[in-house]
Design a protein around this ligand. Structure first.
Ligand SMILES: CC(C)[C@H](C(=O)O)[C@@H](O)C(=O)O
Ligand code: SF4
Length: 468
């Protein structure tokens, strides 16, 4: 029977059927961060459990690490305690890969996994972090887990999982100029809502997806969970293989042909059945920007703030009204008139080298708006930082008035010093705009790096197409 890519990944990792649609699944790679692992390690110690497979572990501190000079140390007590705990917990695990803070390779785990070639097609990858879906761009079955599951994987290398349903989103045509994978992700969420793919794994297919770089596919899969999906997937093709070739942890030359042979089988078979399907035309996607406090509260950059009065459903209407109050907006206001206080370019959604090149192209020789209090560019990893510096992008950013920082999650969720203050309005390339997400009372507008770049220059939310 023809199988979907998800079915293949599921079957190849199934150890034992537990129930009709529940099974014990083997986990190949376990990514670990400083926020969701301390309790799991404490649980292991309390029960005298041993780590099952040290070599499956890749650990780094990313969420609350400072992005300024590491010499200054970590000022926040909780952040320091979590970073120290990760150091302690990893000390005895000599078989694990650990990129501590501060070190050359440290960065957002969803950025360093792929760039080191740790993320490979056909693997099951988990992390105590919801945006683990990013790795699905490589045909890996990758998803976020809770702290108790982190302990379970540490101890057993398995998880008892309920099988998700298959959801195909196929995108035909090609994305117009000034429209990026971030816009496509927001377009999907706008269309199906933040619960639209609940209980499903989304496989992105179609010529517009095939035309995306690996970086762009990662952006798309990263945000699949914001549409409610368990994870996102893209089948292996030449672009995948090209990206993986010669990465530090990729198979050696001798093993490469065999790896390629297996990896290319990681595609959905002709005629395989999906529980749900959605067909989109890339040509209809426009630059999008969120106005509210959920990624589905999103409009075209040329639109106005929506009017809740036009919504029939009272619960939805109340949600819109609350979001408008929190965001300090009035229905009918033009998105492009919104004045920004800060700009944040970074996060596991959009902090890879390709994102930074796009930003550099747009801001080269220009200056950010006078009134901006801060414009941060935070590379996703040490390797992205070094590559950007090699290409001279850091100079372009600094000359334009941006702050060029060290890698980490930073203002994506404000667990370090990089935060919004109450009432501050921010253009952000991250994936979540919940109340308080970037700092208590902060107001986040999600958009592509290109849009964030030109919005920084203008000091207002701005349509990148005017700059092309
Ligand atoms: C802190 C962490 C558990 C969280 C997640 O799971 O995604 C964070 O990364 C986020 O983006 O909200
Ligand atoms: S960059 Fe943001 S979304 Fe990604 S893992 Fe860090 S906090 Fe979560």
């Amino acid at each position: 029977m023809p199988s979907t890519l998800y079915d293949k990944l599921w079957e190849s990792h199934k150890i034992h059927d537990l129930d009709k649609d529940e099974a014990l699944i083997y986990i190949d790679k376990h990514l670990i961060n400083e926020v969701t692992s301390p309790q799991a390690f404490a649980g292991m110690r309390a029960k005298s459990r041993k780590v099952w497979s040290e070599s499956s572990i890749v650990a780094t501190a990313d969420h609350n690490t400072p992005t300024t000079d590491p010499e200054a140390g970590v000022s926040d007590d909780l952040a320091r305690a979590q970073i120290d705990a990760l150091d302690d917990n990893l000390k005895s695990l000599t078989g694990a890969e650990y990129y501590p803070y501060p070190s050359n390779e440290q960065g957002i785990v969803h950025v360093i996994g792929p760039e080191l070639g740790i993320t490979q097609p056909g693997l099951t990858i988990v992390c105590g972090d919801s945006h683990t879906s990013t790795h699905g761009a490589f045909s890996a079955l990758a998803f976020g887990i809770g702290t108790s599951d982190v302990e379970h994987v540490l101890a057993t290398q398995t998880l008892a999982l309920k099988k998700s349903k298959n959801y195909r989103i196929s995108v035909s045509g090609c994305l117009p100029a000034g429209v990026y994978a971030k816009d496509l992700a927001l377009h999907v969420i706008k269309r199906i809502g933040t619960a639209g793919a609940t209980g499903h794994v989304i496989e992105f297919t179609g010529e517009a997806v095939r035309a995306l770089s690996m970086e762009a596919r990662m952006t798309l899969c990263n945000m699949a969970i914001e549409a409610g999906a368990r994870t996102g997937l893209v089948g292996v093709d030449e672009t995948t293989l090209e990206y993986l070739k010669d990465r530090p942890k990729s198979p050696s030359q001798g093993l490469w042909p065999e790896a390629v042979h297996y990896w290319t089988s990681l595609n959905t078979d002709e005629g395989a059945l999906f529980h749900k399907s959605l067909a989109l035309d890339a040509g209809e996607v426009v630059p999008l920007v969120t106005w509210g406090t959920s990624p589905e509260m999103v409009v075209s950059v040329t639109d106005v703030v929506p009017n809740p009065g036009l919504i029939d459903d009272p619960i939805r209407r109340a949600g819109f009204e609350r979001a408008l109050t929190y965001m300090g907006l009035e229905p009918g206001q033009r998105m492009q008139d919104l004045r920004l206080d800060k700009v944040f370019i970074g996060s596991c959604t959009n902090s890879r080298i390709e994102d930074l090149r796009i930003v550099a192209d747009l801001v080269k020789g220009c200056r950010i708006a006078e009134h901006l209090k801060q414009a941060l560019i935070v590379p996703g990893s040490g390797a992205v930082k070094r590559q950007a510096e090699k290409e001279g992008l850091d100079k372009i950013f600094i000359e334009a008035g941006f702050e060029w920082r060290r890698p980490g999650c930073s203002m994506c969720l404000g667990m370090n010093e990089d935060r919004l203050l109450p009432g501050e309005r921010c253009a952000s390339t991250s994936n979540r705009n919940f109340e308080g997400r970037q700092g208590q009372g902060g107001r986040s507008h999600l958009m592509s790096p290109a849009m964030a770049a030109v919005s920084a220059l203008n000091g207002l939310i701005t349509d990148v197409r005017e700059y092309l």
